[in-house]
Ligand binder design. Sequence first.
Ligand code: NI
Length: 228
Amino acid sequence: MLLHLKNLLSKDELASVQAQLGEDAPWRDGRSSAGGQALAQKNNQQLAQESDVARQLQTVVLAAVRRDPLFFSAALPRKIFNPLFNRYGGDANHYGDHIDGAVLHSHADGQWVRSDISCTLFLADPDSYDGGELVVVDSFGPQRIKLPAGDAVIYPATRVHRVEPVTRGARLASFFWIESMVRSDEQRRLLFDMDMNLLRLRAQHGETAETTALTGTYHNLLRMWANT
Ligand code: NI
């Protein structure tokens, strides 16, 4: 499932994050953290993970995703990898087709995270740069994604994806992975659809015996599939 999360960051949070991700932020060659097949494809910059700026911004991004009910319903997060930050522009401007590693080790907290879901939070105004679309190859063909600053997309980490070359300006983003309580994308999708339709039914008819019973079915499915 590919899902657009709108206004994950408030205007004030976004302005503060953008101010801290200027040219003088501790950017490093993104290839330093890529392995194997990704290495040949990767050409961008990443914020030094151990820097004070990175730690501060990670807190902002984690707080934003944790308060978003749509993120919770769609991702059913068990663990979230510490958010990373990247910049595409100038000579370091693209990331070719690749697949993210299945298990990732976080330098920040030392834990291993299985990458069930990938998240990209767009941080630059889309009018301020050309190119830089995130292209995710899914079963319906390639999806080209370029979102307003402060919006995010989540998609199954099982998909081949790339970032198109940035030909003007700079594309800033945060990206990270989520290990879900529900490992299967198909099961997560069923649960998300059910949750969203229950919300709509309640909005239309209030709480009824049927919505109560279906909510029970939702939780019984989640109980059957979830690992906590
Ligand atoms: Ni990737």
